[in-house]
Design a protein around this ligand. Structure first.
Ligand code: ME8
Length: 520
């Protein structure tokens, strides 16, 4: 049995409904998780909501409701989004759950037992929007002299009694970690950013708050709740059974385990500085890689509620199709870079790649077989061009797998698309429809090659567009347990053909999308 594979998204603040950035992150993570399952890995995939802290408390107060009520209402939207987007998570964690409070208190006590915590007084800048403390040297002045965080969010001067973590003592160990494990922070641009930050020296971190009570209680310290990022980061451990389930921990959070956090670029510091410091202090294993993806922009502009350009991912999926949206986001944006979306771009990409190139290839080939051979699978008689096409597809599948393992879904999709183009070029050159009267045996050989190629393309792309790929493979008669990468380039076709399977007229996979004025 190969090593288990743990993968997580960030957990989202449910202070409002999910936006397209949340959808993007969970879709990308889902594609990677599905891919690893296809590779036979024992995958644990967790996503969820980050429900404590000042930001939630204030958002609830603005609406005149309790933070718990706000969390319940909004967490339901995040869960609904995950189900609409066909996300295959194993757990949706909510940080208000009792096992999570238990895990957060346990990691706190472990850090305390290690002598890393002390009680003091915090005096400094805090951004509620980022739920982050900033050093004086990081603060910038905005219009009219207002103080802003380096992220451009407002900060307020905060003075209160607080527990601290001796983060300053971890500088060398963190630098040694980045050095010995170069893939710990990805991509490289983010790694450089963090190296510079840690090399500049670390202040001790304030890790408890006393001015409000919506959080996990600090064990043995009345009036203190944990700084929201302490409990938020601990969600990853909670899902892996910490602290009570040692067997589950050994499986999904082990020393030397394969543990990937997929997060956005704005929260890399929390995951690559604070989080490993917490874990080192508590003497727990570290994740193996943290990938900070880019931001999605609406037609090149930052999304914001006040501008009114925040797209609802559920509405987009309903309008354009779930797989169309998944495919668009994963192909259009190089993972790690920022990207832009618009209705036109989704429609253009879905029509060109899915409807015209892949959908049309499958549709015309399968309907021709259903009609002209009454659904009987054609007899192969391979010539070099046929074997060459299948070899091209097998190579593309290898590239696809390497790219997915390297967290590069857009590179994987490019390889897939090149293989789709190769099939279309093959059809044009072989013109099977013209062979029907002149050379029926050759026509069958060409169609048999295409049948194999199309099924291989569908197998390959399952992690990206799971519904459509499954639907096509169902129609093509491949049994549900015979859809792994090992089939590509194998000789499953002969067995399916002799099993007496009869192909029905295919149902179209990707309707052509049309833009309307309402999409503008
Ligand atoms: O940061 N494009 O929650 P969050 C792409 N609770 N990704 C985006 C994005 C955009 N426009 N906007 C946000 C939090 N994200 C914390 C995380 S983890 C222990 C705690 C990403 O709801 C963002 O970078 O603000 C983050 O990875 C995720 O969405 C949740 O953001």
């Amino acid at each position: 049995m190969s090593k288990p594979y743990t993968i997580t998204t960030a957990i989202s603040y449910p202070n409002g409904r999910p936006h397209i950035g949340h959808a993007y992150e969970v879709i990308a993570t889902d594609a990677i998780a599905r891919f690893q399952r296809m590779m036979g890995r024992d995958v644990f995939f967790q996503t969820g909501t980050d429900e404590h802290g000042l930001k939630m408390d204030q958002a609830a107060r603005t609406r005149g409701i309790e933070p718990r009520a706000l969390a319940d209402e909004m967490a339901a939207h995040f869960q609904h989004m995950a189900s609409v987007l066909n996300i295959s998570h194993d757990r949706f964690i909510r940080t208000s759950e009792p096992d999570h409070h238990r895990a957060s208190q346990a990691i706190w006590q472990a850090m305390e037992a290690n002598g890393d915590l002390y009680l003091g007084r915090y005096e400094g800048w805090y951004s509620v929007r980022d739920e982050a403390f900033y050093d004086e040297k990081e603060i910038v002045e905005g219009e009219g002299g207002v103080k802003l965080s380096p992220q451009g969010t407002p900060v307020e001067w905060t003075v209160e009694e607080s527990w601290f973590l001796r983060l300053s003592a971890y500088q060398d160990r963190l630098l040694a970690l980045y050095e010995s494990q170069p893939g710990f922070i990805q991509p490289d641009s983010r790694r450089n950013e963090i190296l510079r930050f840690v090399e500049g020296g670390l202040s001790d971190l304030s890790i408890s708050r006393t001015s409000f009570d919506w959080g996990v209680k600090v064990p043995g310290s009345d009036g203190h709740v944990m700084y929201v990022w302490v409990d938020a980061l601990t969600n990853y451990l909670t899902g892996c059974g910490y602290p009570d389930d040692a067997a589950r921990m050994a499986r999904y959070w082990a020393e030397g385990g394969d543990i990937t956090h997929i997060i956005g670029k704005d929260i890399v510091r929390f995951h690559t500085v604070y989080w490993p410091a917490f874990l080192m202090s508590a003497k727990l294993p570290l994740p193996s890689q943290i990938f900070g993806h880019g931001f999605l922009l609406n037609r090149g502009e930052k999304m914001s509620k006040s501008v009114g350009n925040v797209a609802d991912p559920i509405a987009l999926a309903e309008r354009f199709g779930v797989d169309q949206l998944r495919y668009f986001l994963l192909s259009e944006v190089t993972f790690g870079n920022d990207g832009s979306y618009s209705a036109e771009a989704i429609v253009a990409r879905a029509n060109s790649d899915l409807a015209n190139s892949f959908g049309n290839l499958a549709q015309r080939t399968l309907s021709f077989i259903a009609k002209n051979l009454e659904g009987r699978l054609p007899q192969p008689a391979p010539q070099d061009v046929d074997s060459d096409l299948l070899a091209t597809i097998a190579e593309a599948a290898a590239t696809f797998q390497t790219a997915m393992a390297d967290l590069a879904p857009s590179v994987a999709i490019e390889a897939w698309m090149r293989a789709v183009f190769a099939c279309n070029a093959y059809i044009d050159a072989q013109a099977p429809w013209a062979l029907r009267k002149t050379d029926p045996a050759r026509m069958e050989a060409v169609l048999a090659t295409l049948y194999d190629a199309i099924a291989s393309l569908a197998i390959m792309v399952q992690p990206i567009i799971p519904n459509s790929a499954t639907n096509l493979l169902d129609q093509m008669g491949l049994s549900a347990d015979q859809r792994g990468y090992a089939l590509i380039g194998g000789d499953w076709y002969a067995a399916l053909r002799t099993s007496g399977f009869v192909l029905s007229p295919p149902k179209p996979l990707f309707p052509r999308l049309e833009l309307t004025e309402a999409d503008a």
